[in-house]
Design a protein around this ligand. Structure first.
Ligand code: AMP
Length: 396
């Protein structure tokens, strides 16, 4: 995939109507609809403010949740209100996506003003990438700017289809993801160390396959460790295990050897008798976890070895926690790896989702080079897949 795409800086937007796809898929309180975390709205501000300051009229849009058609519970009205507070200017809310209200409001919108379309998923054509819907959305504007990195792995009307009808460029959020993550994959400062954790091997297969081709070292931790350990003849007790993936893990170990990729697995493991925050932690050899114990975190010897690999790295890509970090007694391995990333001079990239949450929760967020804003999108990015919301943008 070509990561070198035109950005808002490469296109004239003065006096133009700009359709801006944002990621306003914010968490909300069930009962009241109040936004519980406005990080994604705040993250969209630089691109919005840039467009407004350049004299564009901004028609913002996003999906929110998974509505099955128009549903007031999934209205973007609370987002418009919060966005307006953050921008310090009115945000006109349309009652529909491409209906009469959106059309009238878009037509009346002046340079320097911003409006928000209703939830794109209120239109059944959105997730089907219906060309009629994409064309109708494009009809509201003259330029398309995509800044919803969390949705670039989806070929929907508002994330990809619309680019068939308008000049399409990235906003600052996507531009940064492409520059840093794309750069790390296409032309990494070496050695490139990938740290993979999280619950399951099966959800990281594509990532492991791709990284085997480009990484110098692959570090495995978290719940996915134990399928590897079992595949290598160790005993894993009651740890998370995916029996269907044992052969795959064996193959991966062989392939890593063949390709000269260093594959590091935990040597020691903090285990427990049950999956519980109150369970007493016990340190054991990873290859010999007792029958009635489950691996919950990496141990101190492993931390030292992993940290060592990170210290001398040129680039570190991290996706997935090293243990059950939600339980304080089993968060130390994840914390220590986050600390190692914070301390190294390497370019440090944290894949979205749980690892991003862990880094934030543990207080290291501002010490990383880049924390990806997309969960599923950053996984597919690391798989080396062509992302529809990126390929649809104009090449630089
Ligand atoms: P993922 O979404 O695949 O990145 O997985 C993240 C989840 O993996 C987190 O909720 C962790 O609690 C969980 N996890 C990490 N290590 C383990 C482990 N040893 N056993 C069970 N779950 C784990």
């Amino acid at each position: 995939m070509n990561y070198n795409k035109k950005t808002v800086k490469d296109i004239e937007v003065k006096g133009k109507k700009v359709l801006l796809r944002c990621d306003f898929n914010v968490p909300q309180e069930k009962a009241t609809g109040a936004i519980t975390d406005d990080k994604r709205i705040v993250a969209a501000l630089p691109t919005i403010q840039y467009l407004l300051s350049q004299g564009a009229a901004v028609i913002a849009c996003s999906h929110l949740g998974k509505p099955k058609g128009p549903d007031p519970v999934f209205s973007l009205t609370p987002v418009a209100k919060r966005l307006s507070e953050l921008l310090g200017q009115p945000v006109e809310m349309a009652a529909d996506v491409v209906g009469p209200d959106a059309q009238a409001k878009a037509a009346a919108l002046q340079p320097g003003q911003i409006m928000l379309l209703e939830n794109t998923r209120f239109e059944p054509g959105e997730t089907k990438n219906d060309p009629a819907l994409a064309k109708a959305m494009a009809g509201l504007a003259e330029v398309y700017v995509s800044d919803a990195f969390g949705s670039v792995h989806r070929a929907h009307a508002s994330t990809a289809g619309v680019a068939d009808y308008l000049p399409a460029v990235s906003g600052f959020l996507i531009a940064k993801e492409l520059e840093i993550m794309g750069g790390a994959l296409a032309n990494p400062k070496r050695p490139l160390v990938a740290i993979l954790g999280g619950a399951k091997v099966s959800s990281k297969i594509g990532v492991i396959n791709h990284l085997l081709d480009i990484a110098d070292t692959i570090i495995v931790g978290g719940g996915m460790t134990y399928t590897f350990i079992k595949a290598m003849g160790g005993s894993v007790g009651t740890s998370l295990l995916e029996p269907d993936w044992l052969d795959y893990c064996r193959d991966m170990v062989a392939k890593a050897k063949e390709k000269g990729v260093q594959l590091l697995l935990p040597e020691d493991t903090v285990c427990a008798a049950e999956f519980s925050a109150d369970a007493a932690p016990e340190l054991v050899d990873t290859m010999a976890i007792p029958d009635n114990r489950m691996g919950m975190d990496i141990g101190p010897k492993t931390v030292a070895r992993f940290s060592d690999a990170v210290k001398d790295a040129g680039t570190v890509i991290w996706n997935g926690p090293m243990g059950v970090f939600e339980f304080p007694a089993f968060a130390e391995g994840t914390r220590a790896v986050a600390k190692a990333l914070a301390d190294t001079n390497a370019i440090t990239i944290v894949g979205g989702g749980d690892s991003a949450a862990a880094v934030a929760q543990l207080g290291f967020a501002d010490q990383m080079t880049h924390i990806s804003t997309g969960g599923g999108a950053s996984l597919e990015f690391l798989e080396g897949k062509a992302l529809p919301g990126v390929t649809c943008l104009m090449d630089a």
